[in-house]
Ligand binder design. Sequence first.
Ligand SMILES: [Zn+2]
Length: 546
Amino acid sequence: MKRLCFVLSTLLITCSLAFSQSNPTVNPGGGGIEHSTSQNKCLSGSQRAFIKKQLEENIQQLKAASLLKTNTNPEIVSFDFPLQKTAALDYSNFYGVSNYVDHDATAGIVDYKCNARSYNGHQGTDFFTWPFPWYSYENNLVEVISAAAGTIVFKQDGQFDQNCQWNNQNQWNAIYVQHADGSVAWYGHLKSNSLTTKDIGSSIAQGEYIGVVASSGMSDNAHLHFEVRDDAGNLIDPYQGNCNNLNSDSWWQTQLPYNQMRINAALTHSAPPVHDCPAANEVTNFNNNFIVGETVYVGAYYKDQTVGQTATYTIRRPDLSVWDTWNQNFQQNFNASWWWWPRDLPEEGPFGTWRFDIELNGETVIHSFEYLETNLPIELTSFTASLTKQNTTLLDWQTASETNNSGFEIEHSIDGTSWEKIGFVEGHNIADKYSHIHQNPQRGVNYYRLRQIDTNGDFEYSKTVSVEVNRNNTISIYPNPTKDKINIIGTENQPINIKIYNSTGILAADFTSNESEIDIRHLASGLYIISIQLDKLISVQKIVKN
Ligand SMILES: [Zn+2]
């Protein structure tokens, strides 16, 4: 669907002085993505043949069972947009189009607008999620919804969904919906096990949930392939245009513009974000809370970046006065682009809720972030987070002075925005070293901060630190050897099946648990083989019971 084609070198501010006036404008870091015109395919010939055969068989069976009526409404169906974001996704726009239907039957490429925004032989429209498609994928933030009412006539599920290259032959996860006029919409590349639980033969309403956008099948990033066929199986392009030689009318209730530069999001980060595939290689570095001495990276995200357009960026103090403003003139066309600038806020404040605004073509997108003072009654000289061999997080901090310090609440977050208290450590009221272990960090990036509380109830937050837990689906156990219990790391309190075999292969225990700590006092001393199953992941390890 896309390829990275351009990355500007980043210019970092090396001077850490706080400016009382605006920072000088520096060149941004960032880049763009344009759709690929290489010989890619969303479906192979054999996959397509398999789907067509299944659709024919299912439709015949459903008709025989009186579960499917066709041509009850010979009107052309009218599609709603097939994607929606959940309330938890704080973007103003969340997708772009990489490929339309190819109308050139030969080796050339012609989309409905007589341009070449497609690839040779493409039979659908590809909508990619943007920015941070893997963050949206992992948190189920962009949903595929039924463009029109109909009946589910075929489903494919359970396939790997984090592909980063087109050249694989995996099946995709998909749902196929037949409408009252006999036409069928294909929704492909969905997230495994995200599909609606409705069975084949069930009716589905317009706008009803279908699944989550992912990268299953032949795909190089998270996107929806939306394909439409009429009741005779002929390809339809839902977009009306001069070079659409399949059908003359638009099938959309509202046909969206072919190419329109829009702001998808204004965001703030603790460090430059990394856009890469799959999920483990994408680093959001989202941060909305900054203290003196931390650099704010303001980020701008666009779809359809267009040469000649100009965006205006403004950073506003809590009273909305302008602290810094600058323009960006776009020099290149991109399907999707991202740009970021480092800024050091004034050391003396003002403190409170600041804003980063982006203005483009009369539209303004606002992002708020907190700038907090750091004059804690305690003086933190360090606060670090590190991952242990057991995949737990070790938090260490040190104070240079303490007065009236009740203690430290330890807070954890997986998105850098919503926080949960995971522990409390009492203050020593004398300069000291502290540590705390978080037993169950989640796969991916884990954020931590300290909420230091005074004896009078006042509190201050520390800076935010993070660790990334390896996402290679590893399950580990400790301690080994052990006397009375084992701790399981990497299952995040999800239900797991545990089988314990003795050294002669006889099953000594077989049970399901969602605890991370397992009591094995009842087992005799000796060598055991432990098999832990989480979904399709099975980990087998030897352990010695003393
Ligand atoms: Zn496609």
